[in-house]
Structure formats: C-alpha cells, structure tokens
Design a protein around this ligand. Structure first.
Ligand code: AP5
Length: 210
C-alpha cells in the first residue's frame, strides 16, 4: 500500500478527481476525511456528535478525532493499493501524525484553483447522500435535475456549502492547510496540477503527476 495525498482548497475538485480515478482503476482507493466525518455525523457516533459543530462552522475538527479514523483506514488497507487520501492531513500537526503512523507517502498533488472560482464551484455543488456521487449544476449536471444518475436518490446541498461558511473554510485553508505546500515541497514530494480546466483534464493531469 502507498499513499497519494490530495491537497487543495475546499471545492478545488479533490473529491471529484479521486472518485473518477478510483472508479476507473480498482487498485486506487479513495479515502475522504470529509466523507468519514459526515458518515459519523449521520450515524450519530460519539466522534460524529463531537465533529458536527466544528464542521457546521467550517472549522477543523480536533486532530486526534480525525487521526483515529484515518489510522483505522490505513491499518485495514493492504496489498497492491494506492490510497488517494483526500482531506488529510489538513495542517502540519496532522502531517506529523501521518509520519508517525509510518504510512508510505508516494506523492502529494496540489489541485490549484484560485479563490475567485471556488465560490461558484461550491454554490453549484450537489451531492448524493446515499452513494456520495458528486455533481455541479453547470459543470457536471445529473441527467435529471436533482436526481442521482447512479442510485436515483434526491441530491442535496451540503450544510457547510453556504457562502459565509465557505469564506471561513477558505480562511482556514490559507492559514492551516497551505503551509503543507512548502512542507511537502521541501521533501521533494509535491506536484502541482492546474485545477481550472475541465474534470477530465484535471483527472488526466493528476494521474500523470501522482
Ligand atoms: P471536506 O469534505 O474535506 O471539504 P473540503 O476540503 O472543504 O473540500 P470539499 O469537499 O468542499 O471540496 P473538493 O475539493 O472535494 O471539491 P469537489 O470535488 O466536491 O471537509 C469538510 C469539513 O470536515 C471541514 O470543513 C472540516 O470541518 C472537516 N474536516 C475534514 N477533514 C478534516 C481534517 N483532516 N482535519 C480536521 N477537520 C477536517 O468539487 C466541488 C464542485 O466543483 C463540485 O460541484 C464539482 O462537480 C465541481 N468541480 C470539480 N472539479 C471541477 C473542474 N475541474 N471543473 C469544473 N467543476 C469542477
């Protein structure tokens, strides 16, 4: 098992790219920290109850809480698999925790999208609560408006996708997550792809870079 970390602002396309690549190659496994947390919130587990208020405010949940979840997924992933790790680490402390786990990081790919584009990306995002498929009303619309192509469930708007919370999430990204760019660059692991072209182009560039 080895790990490719996806870095990028909220709405930069990390989840979309990782899901597209993983659905085309069974040796790629998409692990999203946000999906793990939203799953815990939906189930009402103790971790989910603790995480909920942080997520609704667009703040990071405590490092130890998300690290426990990632540790479990890393421990259960074996064999000829590349984990596409989306949303973790999110700050330098979490990068240190990942190193302590001894998880073999192969590369770190930054999907680069300027803040001006982020609000539009997030405003148009729709997600399937059942199978987690992601859509965008203009860029990646479902065949039938408001209905998931894959499983037929009604699409939803994420609670933290309102413009105010997005501003807070972007501020957290610049303050806490962006320092990881230099951290991984200094280790020779960082690759950068332009995230402003269409989904297929970004996915192809990502695959080449990783
Ligand atoms: P998380 O779920 O990780 O959210 P995020 O990082 O804010 O990222 P997003 O899911 O919003 O965006 P994305 O980059 O995956 O974009 P997407 O592919 O959907 O985290 C949520 C919360 O959980 C955090 O705020 C925090 O509270 C907590 N959390 C998570 N991890 C944590 C951690 N490690 N530590 C502490 N707390 C943590 O794309 C967006 C839209 O754009 C979609 O509609 C898509 O269709 C469209 N799109 C994508 N690519 C393109 C393209 N190339 N061209 C046009 N449109 C595109």
């Amino acid at each position: 098992m080895n790990i490719v970390i996806l870095l990028g602002a909220p709405g930069s396309g990390k989840g979309t790219v990782a899901a597209a690549l993983a659905s085309a190659d069974e040796r790629l496994k998409h692990v999203s920290s946000g999906d793990l947390l939203r799953g815990a919130v939906a189930k009402g587990t103790p971790a989910g109850v603790e995480a909920k208020a942080f997520m609704e405010r667009g703040q990071l949940v405590p490092d130890a809480l998300i690290a426990r979840m990632i540790k479990d997924v890393v421990a259960e992933t074996e064999g000829d698999v590349t984990m596409l790790l989306d949303g973790f680490p999110r700050n330098l402390a979490q990068a240190g925790i990942l190193e302590e786990m001894g998880a073999p990081v192969r590369s770190v790919v930054l999907i680069d999208v300027p803040d001006e584009i982020i609000q539009d990306r997030i405003a148009g995002r729709r997600t399937c609560p059942k199978c987690k498929a992601g859509y965008h009303v203009k860029n990646l619309p479902p065949k039938v408006e408001g209905v998931c192509d894959r499983c037929g469930a009604a699409l939803e708007i994420r609670k933290d996708d309102n413009p105010e919370t997005v501003k807070d999430r972007l501020a957290v990204y610049h303050a806490d997550t962006e320092p990881l760019v230099e951290f991984y660059r200094s280790k020779g692991l960082l690759r950068v792809v332009d995230g402003t072209t269409g989904v297929e182009n970004v996915a192809a560039a990502f695959l080449k870079a990783m």
